[in-house]
Ligand binder design. Structure first.
Ligand SMILES: *Cc1c(COP(=O)(O)O)cnc(C)c1O
Length: 507
């Protein structure tokens, strides 16, 4: 039986052998898939996966090499691969190879970040990296701090938790959250989980949270409402828009409210000297959510919550005698437990540290600039396309909304149904992964749009041009068939595949 462990010097040999199997299986799976996602739709994908991997709990094992070949190959064959430029629906990035390689080391060493005796060096690395990221967000603060989280959802949850505890400590009524209709759903869910009053949701015509509307909401709440946390977004999930942070910070300050900024998407603009000014006002926030598994090219998970002063994290302090006994701490063992709401915790910081060191701030900044520039060029290609129409606003950070003009000639509900069907058709054919978003059209009507979220650090607008022809072609086919009741792809269409970005080094 194969029971080699991964760590230590011997582990490295076992791991090297198995890693070679994994890399072969990844390549084979990608070749069989031949595009950004598997063709055939959910039923066919499920059938192939089950056929390849059954039984998932065999009575007797098949051994490590066979298991890896089978499982990795099946998952790779059935993957939506963001390394393909035509996989551009979500804030779902292609991880950098350096980050994925570092993550292998994290898995092999398996430090757990909840006590010093499980992560002696990894804990120091986390401290150094979080300090650097906190200083990036809060360059003028004397003692900013940051936590590593599992992503924007956990960061927003902890931000609201800390706000709730500040209100409690002050003996004030429960904190009221004021956010835009454009805020990420995790903000409302966090309020629900924390048993806070439902957030006051401010309408966002044009996709951004308007300072005047927030001012009205704060005035309506009045001083008797107790503490208020205004939640703004820097990079909305649907449109990539940045709320006017300096104005929102001023309005909040005038009403004695605190500001939290959800910069899960936009935070990494700070790496670029040219783009960082788009986040002016960010450091007025008491806390900032910041993801590195979006514009940061980390394998999931890599979230950050930055706070302006390290004391703000005090409510997370916790004693568990087996992890951070008082006498251990007095003897000099650092206490890590209060740096997360989790206990056992992956060393996600390892891949982040390797990436920061490999690319440097300017290297990461250049990748962010590339994505922003590519979105502008892609928007221009949409504008030039006779069969497509772009959303009237400016493109967001690296998000472009568009729809087939064929959808405009139908009544609104049918037009939206056509847009949705075009997206599903491309998915079923395995040819492209584009997202969907509801956003206001000129004149204020809310319509359904196709969404391209461009996070590929090397794909160019040229690589994406074919995606537009494909979309227009799909729209033509859907319109011809009638928007309702069209399902699936024809085999001939599924045979046409997308380009892959050539790798800089040879195989
Ligand atoms: C992605 C996103 C989140 C959620 O982050 P996860 O990392 O998916 O948990 C929160 N807010 C915004 C603005 C996002 O784009």
């Amino acid at each position: 039986m194969d029971v080699a462990v991964a760590g230590d010097t011997h582990g490295a040999y076992a791991l090297g052998k198995l890693t070679a199997v994994v890399l072969d299986a990844l390549a084979e799976g990608a070749t069989v898939r031949g595009g950004p996602l598997p063709g055939g739709g959910p039923g066919a994908v499920a059938e192939r996966l089950r056929a390849a991997c059954a039984p998932v709990l065999p009575e007797h094992g098949t051994g490590a090499e066979e298991a890896l070949r089978t499982v990795v190959r099946a998952v790779a064959e059935g993957a939506a691969d963001p390394a393909d430029p035509w996989c551009a629906a979500h804030l779902h990035c292609p991880p950098l190879a350096v980050a994925a390689a570092a993550d292998l080391a994290a898995a092999a060493l398996n430090p757990s970040m909840d006590s010093w005796d499980q992560a002696p060096a990894a804990a120091v690395l986390e401290q150094e990296v979080t300090a650097a990221l906190a200083a990036l967000v809060y360059p003028r603060e004397a003692s900013p701090d940051a936590l590593i989280t599992s992503g924007g959802t956990e960061s927003n949850l902890v931000a609201l938790l800390l706000a709730r505890e500040r209100a409690r400590a002050a003996g004030a009524p429960a904190v009221r959250v004021v956010c835009g209709a454009n805020a990420h759903h995790s903000v409302r869910r966090a309020a629900w989980m924390l048993d806070l009053p439902a957030p006051v949701t401010v309408e966002c015509p044009g996709g951004r949270l308007g300072p005047a509307a927030v001012e009205r909401a704060l005035t309506e709440l009045g001083p008797g409402a107790g503490p208020v946390l205004v939640v703004a977004t820097a990079g909305t999930t649907d449109e990539g828009l940045i709320d006017p942070l300096p104005e929102l910070a001023r309005v909040a300050a005038r009403h004695g409210a605190e500001l939290h900024v959800d910069a899960a998407y936009g935070g990494p603009l700070l790496f670029s000297d040219r783009l960082a000014p788009l986040l002016d006002g960010l450091d007025s926030a008491v806390s900032v959510t910041f993801d590195l598994h979006k514009l940061g090219w980390q394998p999931v998970a890599a979230g950050v919550l930055a706070v302006s002063r390290t004391e703000l994290l005090a409510p997370l302090a916790l004693r568990a005698d087996y992890l951070n006994a008082d006498d251990d701490e007095e003897a000099g063992l650092p206490d890590l437990l209060g740096r997360s709401i989790r206990t056992t915790r992956r060393p996600d910081v390892l891949k982040v540290a390797a990436t920061l060191r490999a690319l440097g701030r300017t290297g990461l900044g250049a990748l962010v600039e590339h994505c922003v520039a590519t979105a502008r060029e892609f928007a221009a290609l949409v504008d030039a396309h006779p069969a497509l129409r772009r959303h009237p606003g400016e493109p967001g950070i690296s998000t472009v909304l568009f729809r087939p003009v064929a959808a405009d000639s139908a009544p609104p509900a049918e037009g939206d149904a056509l847009v949705a069907e075009v997206r599903r058709r491309l998915l079923a054919e395995g040819r492209a992964v584009v997202g969907r978003a509801v956003a206001e059209d000129a004149g204020g009507t809310r319509r359904l749009w196709l969404k391209a979220t461009l996070l590929h650090p090397r794909a160019t607008a040229d690589d994406l041009a074919g995606l537009l022809g494909l979309t227009a072609e799909a729209a033509g086919a859907v319109a011809a068939a009638g928007a309702a009741g069209v399902a699936g792809a024809s085999g001939a269409e599924a045979a046409a595949r997308t380009p892959h970005v050539p790798e800089p080094e040879g195989p």
